[in-house]
Design a protein around this ligand. Structure first.
Ligand code: CP
Length: 362
């Protein structure tokens, strides 16, 4: 059985199979109208969402299946102290597949470790958002036509932006990809991403503090919102919240074929006058999200019965209960009965990374 917890849980070939299936679904939706008849998707959302939850719901409905779940965990037995592991075991009695969003980093992994049905990570804290990545890849495929030889600028909150982390991981498998990291000092991409993802995969990256200096070079600019809820210090948020604002005037120096992506929601980082520009792809991206989630549900349900399709949730060289994670939002620090799990770091022999959230030990 396959789960989708991190974009690298899918091989490059499996990722492309899902993108190709999504393209066929877009062309022939009627072929898939009953493909999930009799199947149930559980959407377990511990954190707010509009696009991800409703696109999963619409996707399953358009496949002829049913949806159950919660969008406010406080109305579930989570409010009585039920753990993520126990909730997962309960939902296994009712559904065929789970999509989970959680504010604790590593929650989807804990769910998968306790599940006999496929688990999809619909966003875990600041860590990963692999179904947004599939959405972004389908959008790049439809708008630009390729993944190779792309120069992509990530702009805004690269520290807490889980969509950025997941998309960089997915694109790091392609030839000729160059990454431009546009962020203030306080919101730079975490070191483990630069070292273990970009450097290990030979992806050139540069860090800049203004969009203006790199805009003409970009094939894609991936804008992000500065997320108040992820900051530990409100003054720090106030200092950086308006760091990048893209408006029509600033697009004058961008390539005509450049595309603007944004996982949404936006606050003020893209002004509404940009929406009418053909380069603004972010609402088309939302529609792609529904179709790629249809393809993902179909593939994970198909692979659930395939003995050759297996997720490696915990690497063979991981150690249990030897260290404590330094990330206070890691599920290993927030829930009872979650063993600490660390794997050797890919970039630094002798260093360790938390299997749930990729942070270092204390
Ligand atoms: N892009 C995204 O994850 O949006 P929601 O938070 O609305 O689901």
């Amino acid at each position: 059985m396959k789960h989708l917890i991190d974009p690298t849980d899918l091989t490059k070939q499996e990722t492309e199979e899902i993108i190709d299936l999504a393209l066929d679904i877009i062309d022939h939706p009627e072929k898939y109208a009953e493909a999930c008849k009799g199947k149930k998707l559980a959407t377990l959302f511990y954190e707010p969402s509009t696009r991800t939850r409703l696109s999963f719901t619409a996707a399953m409905m358009e496949l002829g299946g049913n949806v159950l779940g919660f969008s406010d965990a406080q109305n579930s037995s989570v409010s009585k102290g039920e753990t993520c592991a126990d909730t997962t075991k309960v939902i296994n009695c009712f559904a065929d597949i789970i999509a989970m969003r959680h504010f604790e980093e590593g929650a989807a992994l804990v769910s998968a470790l306790n599940s006999h049905i496929p688990v999809i990570n619909a966003g875990d804290g600041s860590h990963a958002h692999p179904t947004q990545t599939l959405t972004d890849l389908l959008t790049i495929k439809r708008e630009i036509g390729r993944f190779d030889n792309l120069t992509i600028g990530f702009c805004g909150d690269l520290k807490f932006g889980r969509t950025v982390h997941s998309l960089i991981k997915a694109l790091s498998r392609y030839e000729g990809v160059k990454v431009v990291l546009i962020a203030p000092e306080q919101l730079r991409l975490p070191d483990y991403m630069k070292k273990e993802v970009c450097e290990v995969n030979g992806i050139p990256y540069k860090e800049v503090t203004t969009l203006e200096e790199v805009r003409p070079q970009l094939d894609v600019v991936y804008m992000t919102r500065v997320q108040k809820g992820r900051f530990f210090d409100e003054d720090e948020f106030d200092r950086v919240k308006d760091c990048f604002i893209l408006d029509s005037e600033k697009l004058a120096t961008a390539k005509l074929e450049m595309r603007i992506l944004h996982p949404l929601p936006r606050v003020n980082e893209i002004t509404v006058d940009v929406d009418a520009d053909p380069r603004a792809a972010y609402f088309r991206q939302v529609e792609n999200g529904k179709n790629v989630r249809k393809a993902l549900i179909l593939k994970l349900l198909e692979w659930a019965h395939d003995k050759d399709k297996k997720s490696v949730l915990v690497p063979a060289d991981a150690v249990r209960n030897e260290f404590v994670c330094r990330n206070p939002r890691c599920i290993s620090n927030m829930e009872v009965n979650v063993d600490s799990l660390f794997r050797p770091a890919a970039d630094h022999p002798g260093e360790w990374r938390c299997v749930y959230c990729e942070s270092k030990p204390k």
